[in-house]
Design a protein around this ligand. Structure first.
Ligand code: NA7
Length: 536
């Protein structure tokens, strides 16, 4: 406390999503003066902004939440295996109330710049209304998918009807009823949206550039009895998450596809296909994600599933990805997505074949046709992972800009800190373990809390990783990604967003697991008393 007395705060946190809320809770436990600055008008982050119809977890509700509070686990009742967004937001609001967090959150505050001040070793933040805040430590808790991007197509602003990005869904859903609706994109968001809205639309045109591999979600309700059983299993559930490759409950299969006979293999895949959630992605042999032959076989298995569900065989082929294998991009889970295409008022427009030329006041114009629309939905994704950092002017030692530091390639230490940006910690920063995000958040926040506590107790006011350690971390992350077919495919996970000029090429944006290995590395840094950092 002594050392920070001239500063407004010991810790400032940008963002009131799961990362920011848990960070706030932990910093308060340490008795630190802390504040969360949040751009939105309420808490929730990703689950505050993404309220498009059909938005929900693809992970089991009871595994994709905070685990640290037994009381919270005991009192919360999940009503569905895969929680819909309104319920998730309620959970976050409940959490916020329970721990009385709102009094230390300042809403409607968008941070414009964060500049490190030497030699006083503090951060100076400025918001869009020119208010300033000083703090010893800065925690970025901005989320990995928080900068929506519109398509880089001429005329995007000219459409005369209603148009919006899925992450900015208007509160009045009735706008779609009986209307001529168009949607651009067929990622996880689009698939959840399409299967939910098509029954209410007068017509629905789906503009698809790249089809995605998907798998059935198989959601169901959870009754009181089942919830009681889940509560009993919480320790086991979180233990499974702790041990698994990417923090999920699904057990990893380290046998190769060639270790099975053909019959066994297909029987196993069929069994996994019938299971709810990510089993068909996370519990198949891991060589499917590294061996092109195994991958092709598994992709064909899924292609046949699609063919069985879409009545028109020509259309079915258009919905089957041809240029990337199953699981090489994030696999959206669906509930009736393919059946939508059997409806006469639902139309697929293959914009690989017939590219969009422009958005006009009347609708979407391709090379051959103008599609007249009343409503146009952009399900075009995000400037992921680093986009939130690009939206703030971060300046570190000697005025160095984070944007410049990362322009030639992202570099971090543990995905948690960056050289030349002292006293700054990133929750869900690039090169950090993502996987089951809440599991990863809890770990990262606890690690940061331990570090800040240790620094305080040792009267340290300056911490930053060494260049050598950053280089070593990059090599480590690179090595883990070697041989992964996913790293040979464009997606937000490989840092590509064709709508953003600087993101046309692939880059290493994430830690490719295994999560226990990630934690081992971070634990070792702590055990060494943070000697991988320059401390002052
Ligand atoms: P994604 O997965 O990035 O998907 C965006 C979709 O929008 C994808 O189908 C893109 O096609 C399409 N897109 C983007 N720009 C254009 C343009 N200019 N023209 C045509 N089509 C375009 O974002 P989501 O929101 O669905 O999902 C993000 C994550 O959120 C998801 O993984 C979940 O974890 C939650 P493309 O594939 O680039 O050809």
């Amino acid at each position: 406390e002594e050392v920070n007395k001239d500063l407004d705060y010991d810790v400032l946190i940008i963002g009131a999503g799961l990362s920011g809320l848990y960070s706030l809770h932990r910093m308060r436990q340490l008795g630190l003066r802390v504040k969360v600055l949040e751009a939105g008008e309420a808490e929730g982050g990703t689950w505050f902004w993404n309220r498009y119809p059909g938005a929900r977890f693809d992970s089991e509700s009871y595994s994709y939440i905070f685990s640290f509070s037994q009381e919270l686990l005991d009192e919360w009742h999940w009503t569905e295996q895969f929680s819909p967004q309104p319920e998730t937001l309620k959970y976050i609001q409940h959490f916020t109330r329970k721990f009385d967090l709102a009094k230390d959150i300042q809403f409607n505050t968008r941070i414009r710049s964060a500049h490190f001040q030497s030699p006083s070793n503090h951060w100076l933040l400025t918001d869009e209304s020119d208010r300033t805040y000083t703090t010893r430590y800065l925690i970025t808790a901005m989320g990995i998918l928080n900068q929506p991007t519109l398509p880089d197509i001429p005329g995007v602003e000219s459409f005369a009807g209603q148009a919006w990005h899925t992450a900015r869904w208007p509160s009045d859903h009735s706008a779609l009823a009986g209307k001529r609706v168009g949607i651009i994109g067929t990622g996880a968001t689009a698939i959840q949206t399409i299967q939910e809205i098509y029954p209410m639309c007068g017509s629905l045109h789906i503009f698809q550039r790249t089809p995605n591999w998907t798998a059935p979600l198989r959601n169901s309700k959870i009754n009181e009895e089942e919830m009681a059983a889940i509560r009993k299993r919480y320790p086991e559930i979180f233990q499974q998450c702790l041990e698994s490759y990417s923090c999920f409950t699904h057990v990893t299969d380290y046998r190769k596809t060639t270790d099975y006979t053909r019959e066994e293999l297909f029987a196993r895949w069929e069994e996994l296909f019938q299971q709810p959630g990510f089993a068909k992605v996370l519990s198949v042999s891991t060589d499917i994600f590294t061996d092109p032959v195994a991958n092709e076989l598994y992709s064909d298995f899924h292609a046949d599933k699609i063919r069985k569900r879409v009545n028109d065989p020509v259309l079915a082929e258009k919905l089957i990805p041809k240029n990337h294998g199953f699981g090489t991009r994030r696999v959206p889970l669906e509930s009736g997505y393919y059946e939508a295409f059997n409806e006469p008022h639902v139309h697929l427009v293959d914009i690989r074949e017939d590219p969009i030329q422009e958005i006009t006041p009347r609708g979407v114009k391709t090379g051959t046709q103008e599609y007249e629309l009343d409503v146009l939905i952009y399900a075009t994704g995000f400037d992921a992972v680093t986009g939130s950092f690009g939206a703030v002017d971060f300046q570190g030692l000697e005025g160095k800009k984070l944007k410049d530091a990362w322009s030639a390639g992202i570099a971090t230490f543990l995905g948690l800190s960056v050289k030349d940006f002292p006293n700054m910690f990133m929750i869900m920063g690039p090169h950090q373990m993502f996987g089951n995000i809440p599991r990863s958040i809890e770990y990262a926040v606890d690690w940061v809390a331990d570090f800040i506590e240790w620094a305080r107790d040792n009267k340290i006011t300056f911490v930053q990783p060494t260049q050598r350690k950053m280089d070593a971390w990059y090599k480590h992350v690179e090595k883990l990604g070697e041989g992964l077919l996913a790293n040979e495919v464009d997606s937000w996970m490989t840092g590509v967003n064709k709508n953003v000029k600087t993101k046309q090429k692939r880059s290493l944006t994430r830690y490719n697991g295994p999560a226990p290995g990630y934690r081992k590395e971070c634990d070792a840094v702590k055990a060494r008393n943070y000697s991988d950092f320059v401390l002052g």
